[in-house]
Design a protein around this ligand. Structure first.
Ligand SMILES: [Zn+2]
Length: 276
């Protein structure tokens, strides 16, 4: 395979003169989860690794087709649709925030165990652990500035975002979903909403790359806030996860990824029982 071969149709690229971001769009099976590779003149930074093995392998194959060394693999947060595919990267160095690294170590095995019965060989037998801590701040690769930032108490306990100013682009991971139902298991409505609103102040960012669903523009910010507002209101009165799912589908009939409601809402309601 040569690097000049045509891009697969599920790769979306944003290109500049010395940097590019290629996003692999996961399909319906994997809740439309995205993974990315940042390409500079001499190297690659992989960001998230897909969920199910078929897509994880396809994405890793695309990364290899770029024919540049992998500087690091970043895991943005400790949800399986972002880190299960890490097993595809052999000796490459994996990085995550201290909190994400710890959560994968603590809960990775149990997460696999709970899903093995349904997904069998489509998921790993054991989690690939993240060895290195990614600190927030600016790093420079081949002259390209990359800014890492950590948000806590949002869609997950910790989410790392990555800004590439030269491309006017921010990889927002699961801070943002586009036309896709949210995974609400953690119930941090306030924290998540505040983080999304903070993005308004990031001047010069035109492309907001979402964790699930298509790339977005600035209009994604009010859309996300609206979904979080409505979901929080529904949660205050809904009797059950099933009732909340029906209400959210009614409120957002065109949204994809209903399986994210099936996965997240029972956990959200467990937290309500625990705090009452
Ligand atoms: Zn996700």
């Amino acid at each position: 395979m040569s690097s000049s071969s045509a891009l697969p149709s599920n790769i979306l690229s944003i290109r500049g003169s010395h940097a590019a971001i290629h996003t692999f769009i996961g399909g319906a099976d994997s809740a439309f989860v995205n993974s990315h590779v940042i390409e500079t003149d001499q190297r690659l930074i992989v960001v998230d690794c897909q969920y199910l093995r078929p897509q994880a392998k396809q994405f890793a194959q695309f990364v290899r087709s770029l024919e540049k060394p992998i500087e690091k693999v970043i895991i943005t947060h400790a949800h399986p649709d972002h880190y299960f595919g890490l097993e595809q990267y052999g000796s490459a160095k994996a990085f995550a925030s201290a909190s994400t690294r710890k959560a994968i170590k603590e809960f990775g095995e149990a997460t696999i165990e709970a899903q093995k019965e349904f997904l069998g060989n489509q998921i790993p037998d054991a989690p690939t652990l993240v060895d290195n801590i990614q600190k927030p701040g600016v790093e420079k690769y081949d002259g390209v500035k990359i800014r890492f930032e950590e948000f806590q108490g949002v869609e997950a306990e910790s989410i790392m975002t990555i800004r590439i100013p030269v491309l006017n682009t921010m990889i927002c991971a699961d801070l943002l979903y586009n036309q896709t139902h949210l995974y609400l298991a953690h119930g941090h409505f306030d924290g998540w909403r505040n983080a999304v609103q903070k993005l308004t102040s990031y001047d010069g960012m035109n492309h907001f790359i979402c964790g699930h669903g298509d790339h977005a523009e600035r209009t994604i910010i009010p859309e996300m806030v609206n979904y979080l507002d409505q979901a929080e209101q529904i949660f205050q009165t809904a009797e059950s996860p099933e009732a909340m799912k029906v209400a959210l589908i009614e409120a957002f009939p065109d949204y994809q990824g209903q399986q994210l409601l099936d996965a997240g809402l029972p956990k959200l309601f467990e937290s309500r029982r625990a705090t009452r």
